[in-house]
Design a protein around this ligand. Sequence first.
Ligand code: PMP
Length: 363
Amino acid sequence: MNRPYNFSAGPAAMPAEVLAQAASEMLDWHGCGMGVMEMSHRGKEFIAIYEQAEADLRELLAVPAHFRILFMQGGGLAENAIVPLNLSRGKAVDFVVTGSWSQKSFKEAGKYCQASVVASNEADHHTQLPDPAGWQLNEQASYVHLCSNETIHGVEFQELPDLKALGSQAPLVIDFSSHVASRAVDWSRVGLAFGGAQKNLGPAGLTLVVVREDLLGHALPICPSAFDYKTVADNGSMYNTPPTYAIYMAGLTFQWLKQQGGVPAMEQRNLAKASLLYDFIDQSSLYENRVAKNCRSRMNVPFFLRDESRNADFLAGAQTRGLLQLKGHKSVGGMRASIYNALPLEGVQALVAYLREFEQTQA
Ligand code: PMP
């Protein structure tokens, strides 16, 4: 079945093979007489699904043994509170603000700790990344937070900062919601990574946390038990009922990713997709992307029509050609193409063909 290409920023396109498999298993999972939604999370069937998903994810992301993988709920925004509740010890925390998502993280953390901004690209309208050499890190900071891919502004760290080389002993916390599994993570530079699943891993409802073991066990007394990372880890993410169906869907996606050649193969594909789209936009006189070339996101490509009065026509034409959800985030306007793992190269080729066609009709 030929499906339209879906450029949503999230919840986002899922691999068609994964959806088809889930459909075929909806009423009866592997002959057990139950669908996955109907199983106890403590039964042997779901435990098998869970353990396979966790092992596959550990392999895909090359997560070292001294990190724990937690499957939680609440999304990225809940993690903006849960991380400081667990890691801040009520003290100073440093934030690098590079777009809407890190800005939100900074604001929320201020409820639980002394949050300060140590670097920002606000003056550049979130189109550059501040050079780590200039970050004003606090010696006493419990951790340093950044968003490694800003979904709205389309700014991505191409390399994570080495905090030790910058003279800081603090662990680095990254919000990798919108580029997890699209490229390798250098775990030697990370203390904790979190992300909602609904872009690159599966459906909404599942939040992934990967945390270094030594950071567990320091939650503030007010931290809800269900959000205390140590409690979650000690109970294999089953202190309370986990989002079972979302874990199952993510597990199918992990198997799909492995069949595609894993993260290295996805990274190559993502590079090819992103350069095709950026190269076309850069040479065009109608479209523009305003992000500095060395920090452009491979996943989220915001772009503008120089004649904004054409926006509605552009979107209507895209829709009739099966190119869905290209409207930009309301806070920045324009267009945004999110080209996550599940969006194939052919989808970007179809988008570029339409961009060209639409530009020619304007001439
Ligand atoms: N962080 C980033 C980078 C995001 O893209 C998003 C969602 N678009 C969030 C956090 C918020 O996630 P959620 O809606 O799952 O709380």
